[in-house]
Unconditional design. Structure first.
Length: 260
């Protein structure tokens, strides 16, 4: 059973190009300011290196620095720390959404849709499996940036009176030039799946002059924006999700029974 409340913080921040140490130091200082009752801290896509970078140079193994840093932060805050990095596993390199728990255990979702037209090409491989993560009884489906454009992949299900997930969680480097797409599709994913959507995006500018303006936000199952970070500003967006609000809406408008 879900806890009544789930506290989430999204770190809408700039990312220093190809400088892991600088990024981890900065994120550490931000995480230190987050309230100790937070359950889940979400970081932007490729939070340690920016996007895209040469995977042959910047990918890491699971025992390397960034995963250890995530464990240290999760243990320190007694919360889940989640974000993507390029992980080199025995079967290849993936843009991996790591969900690090305070006890050192972790879940990994491998990005299904690498953004090849934006430079995320070989040797980064395509993930093949959906992942559902449980935090305090809440079921969360993690997705990464370009995955947002593929509704079939993110489709919720309703079987035996239970939804597959309660929250869609997106981490992204989604450019300012496509913010209308970002805002529109996040709402659509919430409405069509009767789930909360929480989405964190970066700010700043990369060396190729790609600009990012954030628009990190929380959207309820009705498609209402509950809160949104200020455009173009570094910000920790914190919000509380309510199980009773979600369950009541699903019961009053039970479209899950009619899903294809």
């Amino acid at each position: 059973m879900k806890t009544e409340k789930l506290n989430i913080s999204c770190l809408q921040t700039d990312i220093v190009w190809q400088d892991r140490d600088a990024n981890l130091d900065h994120l550490s200082s931000l995480i230190d300011t987050i309230n100790d009752n937070c359950d889940l801290i979400l970081l932007p896509e490729t939070f340690s290196t920016a996007f895209p970078v040469d995977a042959e140079i910047f990918s890491e193994k699971r025992e390397d620095v960034t995963m250890q840093w995530m464990h240290d932060m999760a243990q320190k805050k007694n919360a889940v720390i989640a974000g993507t990095l390029l992980l080199h596993d025995p079967d290849g390199c993936y843009n991996s959404f790591v969900w690090m728990h305070s006890d050192g255990s972790y879940n990994i979702y491998r990005k299904r849709h690498p953004f090849a037209i934006g430079g995320e090409g070989a040797p980064i491989k395509q993930g093949s499996e959906k992942t559902i993560i449980e935090i305090k009884g809440w079921h969360i489906m993690p997705l990464v940036c370009y995955d947002l454009r593929f509704p079939v992949w993110s489709r919720n299900s309703f079987n035996g009176g239970e939804f597959a997930y309660d929250i869609l969680a997106y981490t992204a480097n989604f450019p300012q030039s496509r913010m209308d797409v970002w805002d529109t599709l996040l709402k659509a994913r919430a409405i069509e799946n009767q789930a909360y959507v929480v989405a964190v995006n970066r700010i700043g500018t990369t060396p190729d002059d790609t600009c990012y303006s954030g628009h990190s936000q929380l959207i309820d199952a009705r498609g209402n924006v509950v809160c949104r970070a200020h455009e173009g500003q570094e910000e920790i967006l914190s919000a509380q999700l309510n199980a009773s609000d979600l369950d009541t809406f699903r019961e009053k408008f039970p479209v899950g029974h009619d899903w294809d």
